[in-house]
Design a protein around this ligand. Structure first.
Ligand code: TYM
Length: 330
């Protein structure tokens, strides 16, 4: 059986957080093979203003995070989007079959552009088209992501189907896949909002570079509720529910099992327990990230070689798309 082709990506905004890891990166590592493609979305990261130096740092930290989280030891293709120009080229072709209405319905655009209004960049608006190009360029069967990416993957599917219908069979129609637990990790300070790198405060966000003390402190200060003992109620007690889900995800057990395990625990003891689980998970990753920061040669070599592997596939698929749309060679 041919191996399953996988593509997924992460914005180049800096060290990944616990949500990125449990929602996406961990399953990338689990499924990694030479037909899996994991992309640092650096072109997506410039849709909001960025200082060049910070962008470069964010891009490096993202790559270091992915490799250190386990991809280094696999044959997966790890590369930066901007290095493979086929992404922007296919995005243009797909943009021509995408309606304004489809883009206006994207909840992430609505959320991100709310404070910017008229000053929001056109790139922020057309972002989902580039994301569709990322996916379709690799003939991906599956796109492993966290819950917040549902709508974007749905658009990629719609565009693939539309293109195939108008111009003949060109793209594989991908499906999104989600982890059984951890698809939506919430901010420890604002448990009704997802954990996000763009959060105003880092106090509720656990980074893969956080040291043991920082992790422990973040969990100890995590917002809970007026109860004293652990019990699961996703809507009424979101802080505790989030920590139960984090514990279940780290232990790779169903949420029900974690609920049974921790029900009745005093909050203090429970928070320390979840912090310990996360500390054990993060410590080795953090160590490897520090090594990459110290000596970046291996990272550069890996990303350079893998960009060639990515280009190999992407150029074939782009050629096919251009051919079918009527832009083949004279
Ligand atoms: P990004 O950078 O926001 O997130 C990367 C991955 O992490 C997941 N994730 C989460 N999972 C659980 N809980 C959270 N709090 C959490 N926050 C983030 C995301 O769902 C995602 O899987 N547009 C994408 C990047 C991208 C992409 C692609 C993804 C660009 N091209 C092609 C898939 C395919 C993004 O901004 O992800």
């Amino acid at each position: 059986m041919a191996s399953i082709r996988i593509l997924s990506g992460i914005q180049a905004t800096g060290t990944p957080h616990l949500g990125n890891y449990l929602g996406a990166i961990r399953s990338w590592v689990q499924h990694a093979s030479s037909s899996t493609y994991f992309m640092i979305a650096d072109l997506h990261a410039i849709t909001v203003p960025k200082e060049p130096e910070l962008l470069a740092q964010g891009r490096f930290a993202t790559a270091a995070g992915l490799l250190s989280a386990g991809l280094e030891a696999t044959s997966a293709v790890v590369f930066a989007q901007s290095v493979v120009p086929e992404h922007t080229q296919l995005a243009w072709l797909l943009g021509s079959i995408t309606s304004m209405g489809e883009l206006q319905r994207m909840t992430q655009f609505k959320a991100k552009s709310e404070s910017l209004q008229e000053t929001a960049s056109a790139g922020l608006f057309t972002y989902p088209i580039l994301q569709a190009a990322d996916i379709l360029l690799y003939d991906a069967d599956q796109v492993p992501v966290g819950d917040d990416q549902r709508q974007h993957i749905e658009l990629a599917r719609d565009l693939a189907i539309r293109f195939n219908h108008r111009f003949g069979d060109t793209f594989k129609v991908p499906v999104a896949t989600f982890p059984p637990v951890g698809a939506r990790v919430m901010d420890l300070q604002e448990p009704r909002a997802k954990m996000s790198k763009s959060a105003k405060s880092r106090r509720g966000v656990v980074l893969l570079t956080d040291d043991d003390t920082a992790i422990q402190r973040k969990f100890r200060r995590a917002v809970t509720d007026s109860h004293e003992e652990v019990g699961y109620d996703a809507s009424g007690r979101p802080g505790i529910a989030n920590m139960i889900e984090i514990a279940a995800a780290v232990r790779t057990e169903p949420v029900e099992q974690a609920i049974e395990r921790y029900s009745g625990w005093k909050y203090g003891k429970f928070k320390d327990e979840v912090a310990d689980l996360v500390i054990n998970l993060v410590a080795p990753i953090r160590g490897r990230i520090a090594e990459f920061q110290e000596s970046p040669q291996e990272l550069r070599a890996r990303l350079g070689a893998d960009a060639e592997r990515a280009t190999h596939i992407a150029s074939q698929v782009l050629r096919r798309a251009k051919q079918n749309i009527g832009l083949g060679e004279f």
